[in-house]
Design a protein around this ligand. Structure first.
Ligand SMILES: NC(=O)c1ccc[n+]([C@@H]2O[C@H](COP(=O)([O-])OP(=O)(O)OC[C@H]3O[C@@H](n4cnc5c(N)ncnc54)[C@H](OP(=O)(O)O)[C@@H]3O)[C@@H](O)[C@H]2O)c1
Length: 249
């Protein structure tokens, strides 16, 4: 299958925020969305659900913590489309509810490493895989789904939940954003982090104030930035501030 539309890949997108971002992007005429999930059947079921709503997407298995899965995915996307124009690094885990995550003093190295493997290294693996394709076409938008809980300036004031593994993995994700932005300076590949705000999903829980559509809003904004726009920023959820607002790192 080939397309003249921009191809958008969203990790961890069969449910939650990833699905909301996919749904919004897929309704734009110039974008073709590929949803992905660790279990192939999960994104296949979501593809069918979207189809019943009149929204066409493609889907493929992708576990960002598994180098072979990423290689298989990239081989498929290359042969099917030969391009990736938009990458949303949405896949993420939080172990904030573990008792050992109630304090940095008790955080377990295994939990820390498991969390980094997905939230930080998985996102980097995806960036390293797609940026060469973006460079070939001279166009790219990369959105890293972070959290304001990873704002180093806010950590001393806002310390609930402690979630050390989650926070540190997302600080690492933000550092990756800044470093890649430096590498990609003066190109048309724009990479930014954003915080969706506390959003109703399996991770966020039912008490969260934002819907997934609201949480997805800033991701869609950053995924469709016009040429010459922001590079290497950390954005707050637009809903809260009524527009694009940069957070302190
Ligand atoms: N909800 C919030 O309040 C909130 C706030 C700030 C930031 N975020 C961020 O938003 C992103 C989406 O979270 P969510 O709230 O939508 O939670 P969610 O419903 O739990 O979704 C997380 C998604 O990531 C996928 N995933 C986990 N490990 C993966 C891996 N190794 N490879 C590929 N996919 C993987 C999950 O798939 P499985 O079901 O297979 O595990 C799931 O599809 C995360 O990065 C999270 O940190 C959320």
């Amino acid at each position: 299958m080939t397309t003249n539309r921009k191809v958008a890949v969203i990790t961890g997108s069969y449910k939650g925020l990833g699905l909301a971002i996919a749904r919004e992007l897929a309704q734009q005429d110039d974008i073709w969305v590929i949803i992905t999930s660790r279990k192939e059947t999960d994104c296949q079921a979501t593809e069918q659900k979207l189809k019943a709503e009149g929204i066409e997407v493609d889907c493929h298995q992708l576990d960002v913590s598994d180098a072979e899965s990423v290689t298989r995915f990239m081989e498929w996307v290359n042969s099917a489309y030969g391009r990736v124009d938009i990458l949303v690094n949405n896949a993420g885990v939080s172990n904030a509810d573990l008792p050992t995550e109630a304090s940095i003093l008790t955080a377990k190295a295994e939990t820390m490493l498991d969390t980094f493997k997905i939230n930080t290294v998985g996102a980097l693996r995806m960036c390293q895989a797609v940026i060469p394709l973006m460079q070939q076409r001279g166009y790219g938008r990369i959105v890293n789904v972070s959290t304001e809980m990873a704002s180093l300036q806010q950590i001393p004031q806002d310390f609930y939940p402690p979630a050390p593994s989650y926070r540190m993995s997302k600080v690492g994700l933000n550092a990756m954003t800044a470093m890649l932005a430096k590498e990609l300076k003066d190109t048309n590949i724009l990479i930014n982090s954003y915080s969706p705000g506390w959003t109703k999903t399996d991770m966020g829980g039912d008490d969260a104030p934002y819907t997934v559509k609201e949480g997805a809003e800033t991701a869609v904004y950053l995924a469709t930035l016009p040429d010459g726009s922001s590079q290497g920023g950390f954005f707050a959820e637009m809903r809260k501030f009524g527009g694009a607002v940069v957070l302190p790192w």
